[in-house]
Design a protein around this ligand. Structure first.
Ligand SMILES: [Zn+2]
Length: 426
């Protein structure tokens, strides 16, 4: 199976039937719930009718006849914009941590869920050296402790734990943040009302459709057994634990990041597809055409964004390309730990954050961040890790750290970039 970091193609044939679910779900969020399978299809952008053809022309014709004007990724964006776009968290930049205050931790800590808040606090203090653990919700407290233990054990006791864990309302978008003075803050506004957050996220996601009887359908291009299972259980049997809800949220958030990225920079994803040998083979085999000629990356990249978006949609639906990423229930915590460790490992850390974060604290956007955002090769490499990684060197490092902690390996170009920004050793 071809595997790009986020994109893998699981299907060699150009079975257009596969794309139907995707389209049906995409365009019918508000339609009659008693008739879930509506045949209206979201269109393919500005692609003229005769420019792309498939092996199975009949089906292609049918699809063309049903199309509407709005492109799939435009649709993506419309929905994604509404999603409480909580990504894995921010970083606050002020000062640096004092390395002298490090606590030596055991290489392998055994996690036991606490039965009450006092026990959770005692666990954080005794095993993780966290003096101030101000979390008043037992599920959240256990999740944080278990997540930190997970990182500790992967790092064989070498990870630097937060000095303080807080559970407070802060920025409505983030799930958690690592303050440079060593405080890990979990955003109560989102995590504390995870059911509501999930309901809003599912509602806002155009490619997930929920029915009154609790059934959930997700487009084939975004579906994984893990996501389908969690969604079914959240919507129907309602038996998800707190940690599973976080995991489900992570899954949805990573899809959202992906579709927003596809919508804003389709060329990045197109390059990724064409650079994947197996997928580019499949594109050839499928006989996909543009302006009467076989699809060529170079030609596509000359087109405007809308056209690229349309072509990308066509490729994704006809080859049933999966835009998915496996998520872990501790991703939020591990990502923040990535920032924390990176900060200690890198003198230049302050110049690596997102441009808007730098502007917010009255700085000019650093050369490092500018280069990162403007250099196509760097962006391409970062996208191998995740869409969110493309936002700044700091997010790239935190996302890569997260993958490494999760046991995932990355190609040499990714690791080279990780070292360039002094990503912490894992
Ligand atoms: Zn981050």
């Amino acid at each position: 199976m071809a595997t790009l970091t986020n994109i893998s193609s699981t299907n060699n044939n150009t079975n257009l039937q596969n794309s139907k679910d995707l389209q049906n779900i995409a365009c019918n969020k508000n339609n009659d719930k008693s008739n879930p399978i509506n045949t209206e299809i979201v269109g393919y952008g500005n692609l003229p009718k005769d420019t792309v053809s498939f092996g199975n022309t009949q089906e292609y014709e049918n699809k063309q006849n049903k199309k509407s004007g709005l492109s799939k990724t435009q649709k993506f964006i419309v929905g994604a914009g509404l999603l409480a776009s909580a990504i894995v968290g921010g970083i606050f930049i002020k000062g640096r941590l004092n390395n002298k205050e490090l606590v030596k931790l055991a290489e392998n800590i055994k996690f036991e869920p606490a039965k009450n808040i006092e026990d959770a606090k005692a666990f954080a203090k005794t095993h993780l050296g966290i003096e101030k653990f101000d979390v008043d919700n037992l599920d959240v407290a256990n999740w944080v402790n278990e997540g930190l233990v997970f990182v500790n054990n992967k790092r064989l006791g070498k990870a630097i734990m937060p000095k303080k864990v807080a559970y407070e309302n802060f920025d409505e978008k983030a799930m958690a943040a690592m303050n440079s003075n060593g405080t890990l803050t979990i955003n109560k506004a989102n995590i504390g009302d995870i059911d509501n957050l999930l309901n809003k996220s599912i509602e806002a996601m155009p490619f997930i459709r929920r029915f009154e009887n609790g059934t959930v359908k997700i487009s084939k291009n975004l579906q994984t057994p893990q996501l389908q299972n969690l969604l079914n259980r959240f919507c129907k049997s309602k038996d998800l634990s707190f940690c599973e809800k976080v995991e489900l949220y992570q899954n949805i958030a990573s899809i959202k990041d992906m579709i927003v990225l596809i919508g804003t920079k389709p060329s990045l994803t197109l390059k990724q597809l064409f650079n994947d040998k197996e997928i580019s083979e499949q594109i050839k085999k499928a006989g996909l055409k543009y302006k009467g000629k076989p699809l060529e990356l170079e030609e596509i990249l000359k087109q405007n964004k809308e056209e690229q978006d349309a072509i990308l949609t066509e490729i994704a639906t006809s080859l049933n390309i999966k835009f998915t990423r496996k998520s872990n229930k501790f991703d939020i915590i591990v990502h923040e730990m990535g920032h924390s460790e990176h900060q200690r490992n890198c003198k230049n850390f302050q110049n690596l954050s997102k441009s808007e974060e730098q502007i917010k604290i009255g700085k000019e956007v650093s050369e490092e961040t500018k280069e990162f955002l403007e250099n196509e090769n760097i962006q391409q490499t970062a996208l191998k890790v995740s869409p969110y990684s493309t936002e700044s060197p700091a997010e790239f490092v935190a996302e890569t750290y997260k993958d490494l902690i999760n046991g995932k390996t990355h190609t040499e170009d990714v690791m080279e970039l990780y070292r360039k920004y002094e990503g912490p050793p894992v």
